[in-house]
Design a binder for this molecule. Sequence first.
Ligand code: F6P
Length: 323
Amino acid sequence: MNKVAIFTSGGDAPGMNACIRAAVRGAIYHGIEICGIYRGYDGMIEGDIEPMNSYSVSNIIQKGGTILKSARSKEFMTKEGRQKAYDQLKKKGIEGLIAVGGDGTFTGAKVFFEEFGLPTVGAPGTIDNDLFGTDYTIGFDTAVNTALDAIDKIRDTANSHNRLFFVEVMGRDSGYIAIRSGIGGGAELVMVPETATSITEVITTLQEGWNRQKTSSIVVVAEGDEEGNAMEIAEKVKSQIHMKDVKVSILGHIQRGGSPSAQDRILASRLGLGALEGLMSGQKNVMAGIINDKLVYTSFEESIGKTKALNQDLIRMVKILSV
Ligand code: F6P
C-alpha cells in the first residue's frame, strides 16, 4: 500500500487530533503517503483531500475537536454520493482509508467497502463509548471528566440552596457517560437507558435520602433514558414530591470539547497507529480497538451491530453508595 487517507466523521471527540497525528506520523515512519480528507464523507464526495506531512500534525496532540473537521453526511447515504466519493479517492490514488468516528461513520464505511472494496480500518472516536470491540472509545474519558467537573460545581450550589438537581449528560442511546460521571460525582441516582428506573423508584430513593436528613440531591440522567429527558423527568418527579426547589442542568455539547485527557491521548495514539498498521498488514472493513490493553481488530459489522453491555456492578454500586 503506497497511499492512504484519513478522515474524521460524526460527532467530534477529544483525542481525534491525537489519532490523526499518530496515523500521519506512522505513515511517514513507514514511508507511505497520507492525505487528510476534510469534513468527513462530505469532503470525500467533494474531493476536499490534501496531502499531510509531519508538520501538518505538529502541536495538535493536546487540542480538542478535529483539525480535519467533521460532518454527518446525508449525501453519503445515497449510492450516487458514495460513487462520487469513490471517484474522488480513485483520482487521488488513495488505496486505503482510516475512518475515525462512531457507529454512523462505520455504518457508512461498511457499505462503502461492500460496494467498492476499498480497504478501510476504523478508529473508534466518540464520547458515547458505545462501540463493541474496544473497552473505551476516543473522547469518552475526557467527556466523563468534563461532566464530572460540572457535577462537582452543581453540587456546591445544590448544597448551598438545599436543592434537587437533575443533570442531563450525553451518550445518545448509551449510559456510559452517565454511570461514570454519576459514580465519580457521588450522585444519589443515575438513570441510564440500559436499566429501567421508574419515576416511583426515583421518588422512593430521593425520599429515603430526605428521611436521612439529606438536604440536597443530584440525579444524573443519560439523555437516552426511557423515562424521557431530564426536563421531563424533573416535571414528573416534581408533581409528586413536597420539595419544589427542583432544577435541571443540561450539560450538552460542553462534553464534546476541551483538551483530551492523558488517557484519551494515549488511547487515540495507539488506535491511530493501530488503524494505519492494520491497513498496511491487510486488515479491511474492521475497527481497531483496545481490549485488556491489547490492540484488536473487530469487523465493522460486529462493532456497530453488537451491544457493549454496561457493567451492572456499577449500577448496583450507585444505590449502595448513596445510603
Ligand atoms: O455521538 C456523540 C453525541 O455527542 C451524542 O452523545 C449526542 O446524542 C449527539 O452526538 C449529538 O449530536 P449533534 O452534535 O449532531 O447534535
